[in-house]
Write a protein that binds this ligand. Structure first.
Ligand SMILES: Cc1cc2nc3c(=O)[nH]c(=O)nc-3n(C[C@H](O)[C@H](O)[C@H](O)COP(=O)(O)O)c2cc1C
Length: 311
């Protein structure tokens, strides 16, 4: 049988396959992370952590939608020290460990990045794009703050740092952000986070379908795939070659994952589909991607990576 080599690497960290879980669904507790480790996800990615334990926003705060999901979780997590303590046990599960951190200020991010720099985690993803904290703007939309934060966060140690970006919708914003990223030793970007502050209304109850922030929440899943693809594509064209890109947004089958490969992704993450289907999604999507690439006659990711054909 023909096989396809789906192995990749991010910042020199070898990944057995192109697919991993995204920060968010089912990766908050030890038990959940153990399930991720046992699945076909090529890394163990944690829920974004904050300085202290957080309950998150009031329920209902997540809802399945026909083509994805809307959520306003508000970063429920165990607090960064719990994940720091878990690192040795997570590493013992045999896969690269990526921690996501989401401080509410540069100072908090410095403290958390410094702590994980001294740990055995493989990669650090700093979330600049949570849209669901009442009263807090998304750092990713404040270019001056991104620049100051990167100046402070990229000098704290040798462990590779990546940034989770919000989706952008204007060429001037892609250019502004890429210009900043190219100034610092950021090793990877992950794009996109959910499209923030969308509203889904239930016409029967005449109410929003989630409670926090008057119903405003992050839109995820199929709805946002074209946005995710465009962000990966734009950044691939604008960023220096040594900045890698993890694509995320609306991946639920092998062909979606392949489209991100054409756009230029070095790896991809899966959130809503994992939430809806459970950990079996990683193996299913891996098999589908393999089958699609076999059909195309491709044997490795580089055969299609960043090879979107102009019309
Ligand atoms: C329930 C849920 C919780 C999420 N929590 C986080 C988070 O803590 N940190 C983060 O960077 N992204 C978070 N996200 C965003 C996802 O990582 C991802 O960027 C987004 O959902 C798009 O991917 P998808 O279309 O596969 O869902 C969350 C998404 C969902 C559905």
């Amino acid at each position: 049988m023909t096989t396809v080599d789906l192995s990749t690497n991010i910042a020199g960290v070898a990944l057995k396959s192109y697919l991993m879980n995204a920060s968010g669904p089912k990766c908050t507790t030890w038990e959940e992370l153990e399930v991720v480790a046992q699945s076909a996800s090529s890394a163990i990615m944690t829920k974004s952590c904050t300085m202290e334990y957080r309950e998150g926003n009031p329920e209902p705060r997540y809802s399945d939608l026909p083509l994805g999901s809307i959520q306003s979780m508000g970063l429920p997590n165990l607090g960064y020290k719990a994940y720091l303590e878990m690192v040795p046990r997570l590493k013992a599960l045999g896969k690269p460990v990526i921690v996501s951190i989401s401080g509410f200020s540069i100072k908090e991010n410095i403290e958390m990045v410094s702590a994980f720099q001294k740990s055995d985690v493989d990669l650090i993803e700093v979330n600049f794009s949570c849209p669901n904290i009442p009263g807090k703007a998304q750092v990713a939309y404040d270019f001056e703050q991104v620049e100051s934060a990167l100046a402070a966060l990229t000098v704290l140690g040798d462990k590779p740092i990546g940034i989770k970006l919000a989706p952008y919708f204007d060429m001037s914003h892609f250019i502004a952000m890429a210009t900043i990223l190219n100034k610092f030793p950021v090793k990877f970007i992950t794009c996109v986070n959910s499209i923030g502050n969308t509203l889904i209304i239930d016409p029967e109850t005449e109410s929003p379908i989630i409670k926090p922030k008057g119903g405003f929440g992050g839109l995820c899943g199929d709805y946002i795939k074209p946005v995710g693809l465009a962000n990966v594509r734009a950044f691939r064209e604008l960023l220096d070659d040594d900045v890698q890109i993890i694509g995320v947004g609306g991946i639920k089958n092998g062909v979606d994952a392949f489209e991100y490969l054409l756009a230029g992704a070095d790896a991809v993450q899966i959130a809503t589909c994992f939430e809806k289907e459970g950990e079996g999604c990683f193996k299913r999507i891996e098999d589908e991607l393999t089958a699609f690439m076999v059909k195309k006659g491709y044997t490795q990711l580089s055969d299609a990576k960043n090879k979107l054909k102009p019309l």
